[in-house]
Design a protein around this ligand. Structure first.
Ligand code: SAM
Length: 310
């Protein structure tokens, strides 16, 4: 397995948004530490503490090795839903928080967990292999209508009903426990690669409860951020971006312009993974953010397929 390191996106643009007091930084999605490294290097004079979260403990180990020269970093191999309690334990408030959503190139190319339909790997798809169920077990348990709903909502997949039926039919015959077995089912019903990619994305979002955790993570980060502190989001998916956009409806959270920011042509030329990225930055204002105001984002995810709990 080749070891591909993720290239961080929109670095210059994020740095431009990092103004004022930069004492306590949170990288909510540290991955291989690409952004963390550059931020730690640039602002080492003013950073008192930096918290690097990632629910993928293996990714975070790579970051730890790369960032070992910075003694102000705390590595937290947990979901970003833990930002508020973690900072509270350290008696800190965040002055800048970065969320770089989605998955890393390392996870796609080197983790061997079935994130890509282009390799034959175990059908796991979990960021955090210590928790939850791998996709091949979820696929065994889901009802056909649940599979259809997941594919429609998270992937905008065409013919979602037909795909769900094909999966349910095949799972009676074989255990669909590798990416290749899933791909063969999809190819047999005539799905082109572009649609297969969407099926994989939809299942990944479901397996990792990505949007449900995003909403919790936003709340946790907002609770942990000082007034005047900033929270930046890089999104790659239209539903993620719709959730983030709604934050500007919350009193006490102000959008920072320009909004949104896209990568330039030069960056996209060198890193194709950046092509769908969008950066939106918010500042915590002087008004207290009320718990009930988060209803504008909770109401969105409440209509999405519920995470598997059984
Ligand atoms: C696009 S990558 C981040 C790459 C990183 N900025 C870098 O430069 O190396 C997204 C990361 O978010 C992590 N992630 C996804 N959901 C998470 C969650 N709920 N809590 C913490 N990390 C999460 C993934 O495991 C992945 O490593």
């Amino acid at each position: 397995m080749n070891n591909v390191i993720h290239i961080p996106v929109l670095v210059k643009e994020i740095m431009n948004m990092m103004k004022g007091d930069l004492k306590v930084i949170v990288d909510a999605t540290c991955g291989n530490g690409g952004h963390s490294y550059l931020i730690a290097e640039e602002f080492s004079g003013s950073i008192k503490k930096m918290f690097c979260f990632d629910k993928d403990a293996e990714s975070l180990e790579i970051a730890r090795a790369r960032l070992q020269s910075f003694d102000f970093i705390e590595f937290v191999p947990q979901s970003y839903t833990h930002i508020a309690p973690t900072l509270k334990n350290f008696g800190e408030r965040a002055t800048f928080v970065l969320f770089d959503l989605g998955l890393s190139m390392w996870q796609i190319k080197s983790s061997g967990r079935g994130f890509t339909f282009k390799e034959d790997e175990p059908l796991d798809m979990r960021f955090d292999t210590r928790k939850g169920l791998p996709l091949y077990l979820l696929i065994k348990r889901l009802l056909p209508e649940e599979i259809e709903e997941i594919l429609k909502t998270y992937g905008e997949v065409k013919r979602a009903g037909k795909i769900a039926q094909a999966i349910v039919r095949e799972r009676k015959r074989i255990e669909i426990n590798t990416t290749l077995k899933l791909v063969n089912i999809l190819r047999d019903i005539g799905l082109p690669d572009s649609e297969i990619q969407k099926v994989f994305m939809a299942f990944r979002i479901y397996t990792n409860k990505e949007l449900h955790e995003l909403v919790e993570g936003i709340r946790s980060a907002t609770d942990a951020t000082e007034k005047g502190g900033r929270i930046a989001f890089i999104t790659y998916h239209s539903i993620e971006d719709r959730i983030i956009k709604r934050l500007s409806h919350i009193k006490g959270i102000n959008k920072v312009k320009p909004y949104p920011i896209f990568p330039g042509e030069e960056e996209i030329k060198h890193n194709r993974a950046a092509r769908s990225a969008k950066l939106r930055v918010f500042e915590k204002g002087v008004n207290n953010v009320k718990e009930t105001d988060f209803a504008v984002i909770y109401s969105m995810v409440s209509s999405f397929p519920a995470p598997f709990t059984g």
